[in-house]
Design a protein around this ligand. Sequence first.
Ligand SMILES: Cc1ncc(COP(=O)(O)O)c(C=O)c1O
Length: 439
Amino acid sequence: MGSSRIAFDPWEGSYAPRMEHLRRSAVRDLFAAISRPDVIGLSGGSPDISSLPLDEVSEMAARAIREEGVKALQYGGSEGRVEMRETVCRLLAEDGIDVTPDDLILTAGSQQALDFLGRMFVSPGDVVLCEGPTYLGALQALSAYEPRIVCVEMDEDGMVPEALEERLRELGPRGAKLIYTIPNFQNPTGATLSLERRRRIVELARAYEVPLVEDDPYGRLRYEGEHVPPMRSMDDGVIYLGTTSKIFAPGLRLAWMVAPRPVLARANLCLQGAGLCVSALSQVMAERYFREVDWRSVMERTRAVYRERRDAMLDALARTFGPEVRWTWPKGGFFVWLTLPPYFDTDQILSHALRRGVAYVPGTNCYPDERGASSMRIAFCYETPERIREAIARLADVVSDRMGLYRAFMAAGALPEEPARATRQLGEHYPSPFATEGK
Ligand SMILES: Cc1ncc(COP(=O)(O)O)c(C=O)c1O
């Protein structure tokens, strides 16, 4: 965004070449826009933490400092407090992941763990395999290490193992440095990897000797259907990322990486360099939250809130758009992936949408290349059902203006002037393959 550009930089030419590769985050860029009261924010993935019992949490925090004393405010070991790691083990056991505190390290958010994975495994030009589209924060974290990110085809059941196998076969054993996947309610599509595919992907990662990263911030945010066991419960070699961000509060910046011990030893070195250790105060807060607060009831209430918002969004989409617009139907998490006809460029119409009072993430942010130009990520986690309905109506206005223009040009025998990218999309025809037509 223009406002954050630096007009004159005395160190131009002095920065390390890697800075050229860093990506911006559309979500971060849109933070200022969505703080305007007239803009309804469907762009961010911030959890709604208004159901947190703040009185109880603040009493708990005061008790923690009183009882833990200076330990809550001191530096700590870089792998994290054993008490917090035990707390994580108890949470993981509920998911069939049987580990001890020595099998994990705490990080400042799973975002930091993604950066460490890049630092540990990726040199310039190395291949990282992931779903297409994928989490824009992962693209951002990895970009500093200059990987060649290759998107593997996905559908409503997540990454397609046959497509993954094809890529792995082309690259050969150890030919890719990482397979990165978000198995539950994927960011940005909401898709969930089926049990059968999880088993197959675990087998493939093992057969081709590629570390498999399972990033799972949304697993406990299911609104319908059956829980699917994590891949880490099927294979001890899987690198599993979990976080307090969506089940307690993202402000703690507290997450965990479960991994084979040699990987953890290296992650520990990364952590020492990046931040010495994770905040002791955050750990103490989280330990107590999961022990002293009825957090399951809080989660139950929060899930009901998210479910209602998801339903409001899906209902509004179904009432508003015709069959030329497609979108996903997530069973949990925060996101819907919406795909417009291929002549749309969602980057280009974002400014119109912001003027009309609605923000979303343009689809190109979720790909390492220029794909996704006619798609967008819309989040239902943060706004009320009423505002979500209003946001979809505003979005529909922007879309129908553009469609009207396109049809008028078509009727007159002349295509409107389109950016090269969108024109390429016409031939490429990349509709979201798992979109449900106009449902
Ligand atoms: C798939 C995915 N991974 C990681 C993160 C980062 O989470 P954290 O707050 O733990 O850094 C997010 C946040 O939205 C996410 O969606």
